[in-house]
Write a protein that binds this ligand. Structure first.
Ligand SMILES: CC(C)(COP(=O)(O)OP(=O)(O)OC[C@H]1O[C@@H](n2cnc3c(N)ncnc32)[C@H](O)[C@@H]1OP(=O)(O)O)[C@@H](O)C(=O)NCCC(=O)NCCS
Length: 235
């Protein structure tokens, strides 16, 4: 066992968890915060302290899988991990990755917020921040049937950013990218960003003149057909 392994082990909470002093201190500081409630977001540092903070949050946020402190340190080193804090107290986190294929969406693997701070926009702030880092990328996310909060958050977030949300068949993305595991009932979703529309020249079969459209051609065609049905001029 290396020195690093030993230092991570020393940061594991003691059992029973109710006797772990650090966990008890953190839980005591997790009072419902008074308004205005504005979390500070930062990228988790690749150090044992933040790896342990992630573990505190995993222990508090069912049904998130609880990992070892050392595993969390590897996750922080290999993924984008954001911590949400209120006055230096960690209240939520999010893990995202870019995926192993190209072009791949941004994968949101986990988003979790500690119980005293729910429905105050912390998860939304974390997701906003991930999205701001890759605003042109689609976003993939998996939810379990029994996780109504995660499903509602996904729907609400897609609405918020003006993305279309659709289920994608299991197996479209690797479990490693989605942060899921086989056989646990995860359903993947894709939030499809509506790309900024560039002007395109579309030639209508009803007119010899080219039509410059600033929307996707499908919409222009639908609009043109409607005009034909109404016997309106095409241009
Ligand atoms: C899901 C979770 C991350 C939401 O965090 P949050 O900070 O409370 O979410 P927000 O305040 O940003 O909520 C945004 C929207 O999501 C929806 N939502 C969030 N929690 C919800 C709940 N428990 N029930 C129904 N809808 C919910 C709502 O539409 C909400 O908007 P509103 O409050 O204006 O109605 C949090 O409940 C959690 O940590 N759960 C345990 C871990 C988990 O299951 N994570 C998701 C899978 S990785």
């Amino acid at each position: 066992m290396t020195e690093t392994d030993v230092s991570y082990l020393a940061l594991e909470p003691v059992f029973p968890l109710s006797r772990d002093p650090e966990l008890a201190r953190w839980r005591a500081s997790l009072e419902p915060p008074p308004p205005p409630f504005k979390p500070t977001l930062r990228e988790a540092a690749d150090d044992p302290g933040d790896a342990r903070r992630l573990k505190d949050l995993q222990l508090a946020c069912e049904p998130i899988t609880v990992q070892t402190v050392q595993h969390n340190a590897t996750t922080i080193a290999e993924h984008l991990v954001l911590l949400a804090e209120i006055g230096n107290v960690h209240v939520g986190f999010c893990i995202a990755s870019n995926g192993s294929g190209s072009p791949d969406p941004t994968f949101i693997q986990v988003v979790a917020v500690a119980p005293p701070a729910p429905r105050r926009g912390v998860a939304t702030a974390l997701l906003d921040s991930i999205r701001a880092r890759a605003s042109q990328h689609d976003i993939a996310f998996a939810t379990r049937e029994d996780n109504a909060a995660a499903r509602a958050l996904t729907t609400r977030f897609a609405e918020r950013i003006g993305a279309s949300l659709r289920p994608v068949p299991s197996g479209t993305y690797r479990h490693g990218d989605l942060g899921t595991a086989h056989g646990l009932g995860y359903h993947p979703w894709l939030m499809n960003m509506r790309k900024p529309q560039s002007s395109q020249v579309w030639r209508s079969k009803y007119s010899s003149d080219p039509v410059v459209v600033h929307r996707r051609p499908g919409l222009a065609i639908e609009a043109a057909l409607l005009r034909v049905q109404r016997q309106e001029p095409l241009l």
